[in-house]
Design a protein around this ligand. Structure first.
Ligand code: SF4
Ligand code: SF4
Length: 254
């Protein structure tokens, strides 16, 4: 049973990806010549910058509230890195999943740089061999960080270095939703389908209640495919409903 609402999870993820790549697609960027923030064609002058700042604060408050209610909400619904990890861990042999780790850091770094530097400006600097040193250094650092996130550390970045992980730890309450293996159901066939889909590379049945779990519910879906709809042994409960000392797995279950 899923307690985190799954409606439109995919749509929200792709919308967030669109926003993340917004500078690259020239949807969201800072026009440094006129000092205006451009949001989907609307130009916000410097004196009205408080409007997007207030909007950002409201969004942050909403994310904190949803994190208290649903656990690591932001990751599975809005984070492009999580979306990337979901795709990386599925059908590993597929050709485009092999090139994804090389393409993703370049796209992400270029999107960050494009927020303040248009293609025209960048192209001009390339063709004139006149890259100012600070901009060159910013390029190299941004690309290095993205290579670290997407290619080197992957889910270890989400678990240990992401600031949202810290926020989630602080926000966890008695009411927070937790994904858990229902040990009492005794239907597990030890197929490891749940482990294979987990973007955080967890030993799902043992570690899903830990802070690293993002409540994406992919393990519940995988279990549902194996055992049948409504018979899955991966489920969700509220923190206060977790058994205090879960009994060990029976030998015929693993
Ligand atoms: S344990 Fe399940 S819900 Fe948690 S991150 Fe892994 S697949 Fe997602
Ligand atoms: S919990 Fe479900 S998906 Fe995971 S090993 Fe058991 S039967 Fe398979």
């Amino acid at each position: 049973m899923k307690l985190v609402p799954q409606v439109n999870r995919k749509r929200l993820q792709y919308l967030a990806l669109l926003l993340f790549l917004g500078p690259l697609l020239r949807l969201v960027y800072l026009d440094t010549e006129t000092v205006e923030l451009v949001l989907f064609g609307a130009r916000i002058p410097r004196e009205h910058i408080y409007v997007p700042v207030l909007g950002g604060c409201v969004l942050l408050g909403l994310i904190v509230y949803l994190t208290i209610r649903f656990g690591r909400f932001f990751c599975a619904f809005l984070c492009p890195v999580h979306l990337y990890l979901e795709h990386r861990h599925r059908q590993k042999g597929h050709w485009w999943r092999k090139i994804l780790p090389w393409v993703a850091p370049v796209l992400a770094a270029e999107s960050v740089i494009s927020f303040v530097l248009s293609y025209r400006q960048q192209w001009g600097m390339y063709t004139e061999h006149a890259f100012p040193q600070p901009i060159l250094i910013a390029h190299v650092i941004t690309l290095g960080v993205m290579i670290g996130v997407f290619l080197v550390y992957e889910e270890r970045f989400c678990q240990s270095a992401c600031p949202y992980a810290v926020l989630q730890n602080v926000c966890r309450s008695e009411d927070t939703v937790v994904t858990v293996f229902d040990r009492g159901a005794a239907r597990c066939v030890d197929c490891s389908a749940c482990d294979r889909v987990c973007p955080m590379k967890l030993d799902v049945r043992e570690q899903s209640t830990e802070f690293s779990c993002t409540n994406c519910t992919l393990c519940i879906e995988a279990c549902s495919v194996i055992l049948g709809e409504g018979r899955e042994v991966m489920t969700q409960v509220r923190e206060h409903e977790l058994p205090e000392e879960p009994p060990g797995l029976e030998s015929n279950q693993r």
